[in-house]
Design a protein around this ligand. Structure first.
Ligand code: 8IG
Length: 279
């Protein structure tokens, strides 16, 4: 077992990322006192308060105490993960308060490390949330949208070698049905991941639209691919925090993103909580 919890270079070709994920899961079990977790959640921009509504936090673990994890790089994200009781179901959620983005430059293995760790920790389901730009005028800032499919414009894959994974129904129809049972007004759309960290130009937003996209963001697709590969059932939910560039007249700001998240926090928190208790 790898006991080095200091900075660990997942990109070192001598390192097996699956082995680091198993080490990370062991550290989570030790720090949380829970032998296994059932559902993992990745908390994106605007979803910060949602975790509190799922259930009681039984343990909070610093990312830096878990092999392969780093502290948060984005304002408004916490550098911890939590072990949360899912209502009174007896199940446990592993809630990541932050994620590693491709634009941080730590490499794609780091981007999907949380997903692989969740699978190694026993989870069978992962809920990926994010804040994103919206391409449809009927989705004002503060609108949660189910991800029905994605377009990965990062030009990378989290999988290495001849790993030919089928991505049909990547975003679980079963879990989307559960989500719509919880909130029948939920719409769904295709999420387009750009590399970032800059937002798109208006021309790029139009390109995404013509390709069949409805949402633009900087996360989620690589995690979803790694999750499918690890055998996890995936639910993706975006919070539209801003109209994508050129869709509205005002320029984009991260402050706007955080404000819209605040405003939608209650609705999103309750939605996530009710979904997670039914998974
Ligand atoms: I929050 O408009 C958020 N994240 N790529 N474009 C991209 N990512 C985003 C956006 C956006 N808003």
């Amino acid at each position: 077992m790898n006991t080095d919890t200091g900075p660990l270079d997942l990109n070192d070709p001598a390192i097996d990322p699956m082995e680091v994920a198993r080490d990370a899961a062991a550290a989570i079990a030790k720090h949380s006192g829970a032998e296994r977790h059932d559902v993992a959640l990745v908390i994106g921009s605007g979803w910060g308060e949602a975790a509190d509504l799922i259930g009681e936090t039984l343990a909070e673990i610093d990312n830096t105490d878990v092999p392969g994890f780093a502290k948060a790089a984005v304002a408004g994200h916490s550098g911890t993960m939590r072990s949360v009781a899912i209502g009174d179901t007896g199940k446990r959620a592993l809630v990541y308060g932050t994620r590693t983005h491709l634009y941080e430059g730590r490499g794609v293995r780091a981007v999907v490390h949380g997903v692989r760790t969740a699978a190694a920790a026993g989870c069978s389901t992962i809920v990926l949330t994010n804040g994103c730009g919206g391409l449809r005028e009927e989705w004002p800032p503060g609108t949660p949208v189910l991800i029905s499919d994605h377009i990965n414009l990062t030009a990378v894959s989290p999988l290495e070698g001849a790993t030919f994974v089928d991505l049909t129904d990547l975003y679980s129809p079963r879990l989307r049905d559960i989500a719509r049972d919880c909130d029948p007004t939920l719409d769904e759309g295709v999420y387009v991941q750009f590399r970032g960290p800059h937002y798109e130009t208006p021309a790029e937003v139009q390109m995404a639209k013509r390709m069949g996209g409805d949402l633009v963001g900087m996360s989620t697709t690589l995690e979803a691919i790694a999750a499918r590969h690890a055998g996890l059932e995936v639910l993706g939910i975006s919070l539209v925090t801003n109209p994508a560039a050129g869709i509205s007249k005002t320029p984009l700001s991260h402050a706007e993103v955080l404000e819209e998240g605040q405003a939608a926090a209650n609705r999103c928190g309750n939605l996530l909580a009710s979904i997670v208790t039914r998974i």
